[in-house]
Unconditional design. Structure first.
Length: 306
């Protein structure tokens, strides 16, 4: 073999090896949804077991699982101090889901708004996403009654978001994480005192509620009845929410979601925990809706069922 031929062969082999080992890169328009969760409990306290979930999708929202993709997430506490960097690996049973191992935060971590930032890929084409949640002090040092309501959460459900304080709070749950054919959401909101516990307020809440958070759509109320929750007067609104997703980049119509929506509002006047609760269940699946309504029957506000 001539010297020139040997040089050419070496160059070809070098390029082949580099291409074969090149890290995977998300396509243009890819997006990351990042969440810091507490898989073993419903409260975001800094002594909890934490796990990071990262969902990668293309521009149309379709889950992406790319072989060799490097996904790294970093958590910062309320003082912007890094609590560590964590490798997120693909979850075989959930397309597009990358997940960290369960970890503990350092004892010196400062409670408040914690931000989790994830990076998928490397270089200029890397995709970055972030999410902020409120993490509180451990339960043993919290003010009595601050989070005192009961809602048993199945281990298969995902905590999508959680914001809590003595005056107001919310807990948003995803009963079927990673399911692209069906969608569902269950949300518990509370505010201090008795606030707008009446027929018209509940009607307007449903008409302006959007279970997708990001996509356009229209809501309709189909029924509104007075009921009771643990002896408290409540209003229950039933209705629908239908998305209007439009078209993709190629002009093809995107599939719309048709949600059934239930909104329950009542005032719990238990001593030292007077709050108005608004609980929402929304799903495109009748089966999942039935499961959420069964869980709703188990809900107990402060001072009950103990």
């Amino acid at each position: 073999m001539s010297k020139r031929a040997m040089v050419a062969l070496v160059l070809v082999l070098s390029v082949t090896i580099w291409v074969g080992c090149a890290p995977s890169t998300p396509p243009p328009g890819a997006q990351l949804r990042v969440r810091l969760t507490t898989p073993s409990q419903r409260l975001m306290t800094k002594d909890a077991d934490f796990r990071i979930n990262v969902d990668l999708t293309d521009a149309a929202g379709k889950p992406l699982t790319l072989k060799g993709l490097k996904v790294i997430a970093e958590v910062q506490d309320a003082n912007n101090v890094s609590l560590g960097k964590f490798t997120c690996k693909p979850v075989a049973t959930i397309p597009g889901r990358y997940q960290s191992e369960i970890f503990k935060a350092p004892e010196k971590a400062v409670e408040g708004k914690w931000t989790t930032t994830a990076t998928a890929g490397q270089g200029p084409n890397a995709v970055i996403g972030s999410h902020t949640v409120v993490v509180t002090v451990p339960l043993k040092v919290q003010i009595s009654g601050l989070y005192d309501y009961e809602l048993p959460i199945p281990s298969t459900w995902d905590i999508y978001d959680q914001q809590s304080s003595a005056e107001a709070g919310s807990l948003v749950l995803d009963p079927i994480p990673g399911n692209e054919q069906e969608k569902a959401l269950m949300e518990v909101r509370y505010v201090h005192g008795e606030v707008e516990v009446n027929e018209e307020a509940v009607r307007q809440f449903l008409l302006h509620y959007n279970p997708t958070r990001t996509e356009r759509g229209s809501a309709k109320v189909t029924s509104l009845v007075e009921t009771q929750v643990q002896g408290h007067k409540a209003w229950l609104a039933r209705g629908t929410f239908v998305t209007d997703r439009g078209q993709d980049e190629q002009g093809n119509p995107l599939t719309d979601y048709n949600f059934s929506v239930h909104v329950l509002r009542f005032y719990c006047d238990a001593p030292n925990a007077e709050r108005t609760f608004t609980i929402v269940a929304a799903s495109t699946s009748d089966t999942v809706m039935s499961q959420m309504l069964a869980k709703l029957d188990e809900f107990k506000c402060h001072g009950f069922g103990k």
